[in-house]
Design a binder for this molecule. Sequence first.
Ligand code: ZN
Length: 497
Amino acid sequence: MLETLSQLNVLPRSLVVTEKAEFGLARTKAGLRLATWAKEADSPAFNGFEGERSEHAGGMLLLGPTNPHNAHGLRAHLPWLKPMTLGLRTSAGLGDRLGLATPGHVRAVRAVREHRDIAPIFAQQSIREMMRTGRSPQQVMDDATWGIFAEGWREGMGADADHLKTTADIDACVAAGFTFFTIDPGEYVNNSAETMTLADLCAAVDKLPSTLQYPISTRSVQSKSFDVEGYTITFDEHTLLKAAVKYGRAVAHVAAMYRRLMQATGGRNCELEVSVDETETPTSLAEHVYIASELRRLGVQWVSLAPRYIGRFEKGVDYIGDVATFEADFAVHAAIARQFGPYKLSLHSGSDKFSIYSVAARQTRGLVHLKTAGTSYLEALHTIAALDPALFREIYVFARERYEDDRASYHVSAQLSRAPLPQDVRDAELPNLLDQFDAREILHVTFGSVLTEHTADGRPRFYEHFMGLLRANSEAYAANLERHFLRHLRPFVETRQ
Ligand code: ZN
């Protein structure tokens, strides 16, 4: 019925036809509208929806806004739109700063799943990124809901409440229906342990939280050697104390966050990731064993862990470091994850790490989670650079002004002096800025400023224009995203494990 109502212009992949009702996403002059049709005016198909009703095709039609109320209603009617847990399946998180990227993400995932299963997370943002873009956990969730509905994705998705630091973060994301909770205890990691003397370490261990019931920190691993698939990891006194001082408080924080999560969800439909990726010094193999055995001892269950790997994982650019050295170290991390779990190893800041994807897929034997978010914004810029060079140029000039402030909480090494000057780049070459290392990082970390900058009279400086272009050219944006993420996902489904 809906598909025959040509004036509604329903997106073909969104159409859901059940025995009694039809649901779809209609393109109207006022933007996308939820369309629900049923023969009976009092059909339960209209429950939970708001909008305008009219008689259509021998039945009742409701056209409603794509607002939170209707997103909630739609998830109740079409259960495959609800987020789910993914367990140990190979998975990829495709975060979306703008709320418009999910259709392109779906297309990339759909294309690679013809080779091998990979479980997607389409709703994913860290609290930090939500703050910077002025979005709430519920908005992030709802934007993903509309995106998978538009594309007719019925294979399920995870929803990652990323880099949670406080119990209030947990509560907000549980309320919005997230299912994957990434706990970031980075603030509790004591990087100075690296250089402490044995005496300093002994003193510092005494100050660890009582919840760890010292000398616990030592109880589960003390004076032990672990054989991890033929690789020996030995805890001598110094190694053990350093691990405890460096990660003891972080472990205690994760355990407290985990208990809060269990309390808030009753343990239903949720899974945990632990991430220490945004810390100064790499997580040694022994420290990985310490973290895993201590979390287990404290009753924490988790599906994935993001150590801080060796080398540099900067935002939006390839891995910086020697790949062979990385592989040798990563292989043992993967073995530890099998033996002490099994759980997945998670690759944070995973965008554009093309040189290590096949290493990660092979060494983990598919027990791996890839996390990306920021380059979906860069693909939006890529789209805009071709559509409206003047707008893109203005954004680049502004991003250069903002970079030194905005880079503070990100791992980037771009230097303004190495990025091309705006006046030196011709319009036709503007998209190439996204391939230049420094310009790419500068554009990557300034998204929050670009999206929330206001003019002197209080109007958004870029936002409306930026989003309007992407909405009007949604196919171009989706095509760019699909191409970009095929390069990310293919190694994970094509590498022999
Ligand atoms: Zn991270």
